[in-house]
Design a protein around this ligand. Structure first.
Ligand code: ZN
Length: 73
């Protein structure tokens, strides 16, 4: 998943963790400069715009599973 996709997703860290089964810590993510409404939970939070490269691979793999319909949110 590219940085662009994450920005488009507009999820906060806890939503990313929940949806993709990740355990992202604050150190693993880069957040937006301004707080914004999370597109999933609707709360005003720090939106994740980038994740560390190791976690990004995992995110990409999970995302492919979603596309293939193996994992349903
Ligand atoms: Zn959220």
């Amino acid at each position: 998943m590219r940085r662009y996709d994450l920005e488009q997703l507009g999820y906060c860290r806890s939503c990313l963790n929940e949806v993709y089964g990740l355990h992202l810590k604050r150190d693993n993510v880069q957040i937006s400069y301004c707080m914004n409404h999370c597109k999933r939970c609707g709360k005003v939070k720090n939106i994740v715009v980038d994740v560390s490269s190791a976690k990004r691979v995992r995110l990409f793999m999970v995302r492919k599973d979603h596309v293939a319909g193996k994992a349903v949110v």
